[in-house]
Design a protein around this ligand. Structure first.
Ligand code: SAH
Length: 341
């Protein structure tokens, strides 16, 4: 078992079950997560008695991810990792003026099958464990020698198809003795699995929720995203209203602009009408073209017009700043090159 899978309560239970001291849990958390410690060997946890360290060595591994490649551009670093079972995942580090954000993967592959998405071309092999998600942060902080301040769960995979591990991951990284990343600095991005949106409203951490919308009506959304055949836009919007009522957290919509598909003026109007009753903001995403798929990015003028229509209709809207277009930045590109090689 990967030691980073355990939240502090689970670690406390582990020590109590061994008739060890309860406070070992917070001591070990410090050894694992304090920026000046981050031990790679349990023997370095010198305030834990030898016998217990031996038991920890038998029961847990401390490092399971290996950095295979790093691609770098001015404001971004993209990492390809190999997992212990020889599968590959990606994570992307982005430098902002407000801090360093990391986009992490939540699964090996993805079963959502969105037509425009590179990650979905390769089916899900398995969920990532919470520990494998934690390790993406630890390995990159060490490699890039910095502190990651923001996490977006927006890499390969559908986080709501791995819900329990995501929640545990958030508990671990949010904990003051863990990585101490504020819940408001953590964003979960989903294609819109309605029952999990309703479940998240009861999750006692103030994380951000982003919804991959990408179409203003059911017909087009069903052509682009198979999940739209399971949950209609009405069901999705109704769930988001319930979510908002309970959490008071503003919702983000992601909308990729695909040339001649979802970028027309009447579609912008349709989008306004769809979301206007929600406290939300829309993030327009210039599409990252990828070799294997035929979708094209909308041209700059079309993007600007689409933006203006939303803005004029009092929708809070931004155009996503672009990172690393030249370095296989479309999510899943590094991995599919590797797995298909
Ligand atoms: N499954 C989750 C999280 C992973 S996808 C979700 O659907 O939200 C993260 C975001 O990247 C989604 O909004 C997805 O639609 C978008 N995306 C996928 N391929 C893209 C590409 N080639 N260019 C730009 N955004 C893309």
């Amino acid at each position: 078992m990967n030691i980073y899978n355990l939240n502090i309560d689970e670690l406390t239970t582990y020590f109590l079950n061994n008739n060890d001291k309860k406070y070992y849990a917070s001591q070990l958390f410090s050894w694992l997560y304090d920026q000046d410690k981050r031990i790679k060997d349990f023997d370095m946890a010198t305030n834990i008695k030898k016998e217990t360290r031996e038991k920890l060595k038998q029961d847990f591994t401390i490092s399971t991810l290996e950095i295979i490649t790093v691609e770098e551009a001015e404001d971004v670093r993209k990492y390809l990792f190999k997992l212990a079972d020889n599968h590959y995942i990606e994570a992307v580090l982005m430098y902002h003026d407000y801090g360093n954000s990391l986009c992490i993967s939540s699964q090996v592959g993805c079963n959502m099958g969105c037509a425009f998405c590179e990650s979905g071309r390769l089916k899900k092999v398995r969920n990532l464990t919470s520990g494998e998600m934690v390790e993406q942060i630890l390995k990159i902080e060490e490699d890039a020698n910095l502190k990651i301040t923001h996490i977006v769960i927006m890499g390969i995979g559908e986080p709501f198809d791995n819900y329990d591990n995501i929640c545990n991951f958030i508990k671990i990284i949010n904990h003051p003795k863990g990585l101490n990343i504020g819940a408001r600095h953590i964003t979960i991005s989903t294609c819109g699995i309605v029952p999990k949106i309703l479940e998240l409203k009861n999750f006692p951490y103030q994380v951000n929720l982003a919804i991959s919308l990408h179409a203003p009506n059911d017909k087009l959304r069903q052509e682009l995203m198979p999940i739209a055949k399971v949950y209609s836009l009405k069901e999705l919007i109704d769930a988001l209203k319930i979510y908002y009522k309970k959490t008071n957290r503003r919702i983000t919509f992601e909308y990729i602009l695909l040339k001649d598909i979802n970028d027309k003026e009447e579609q912008a109007i349709e989008l306004v009408n769809l979301v206007k009753d929600l406290n939300c903001y829309i993030n327009l995403i210039p599409y990252n073209e990828t070799e294997a798929l035929q979708f094209k990015r909308s041209n700059t003028l079309t993007i600007a017009k689409f933006y203006d229509i939303l803005k004029k209709n009092n929708i809070t809207v931004t155009i996503r700043r672009e990172f690393g277009g030249t370095i296989s930045a479309a999510c899943g590109q590094l991995r599919s090159k590797k797995e298909e090689a």
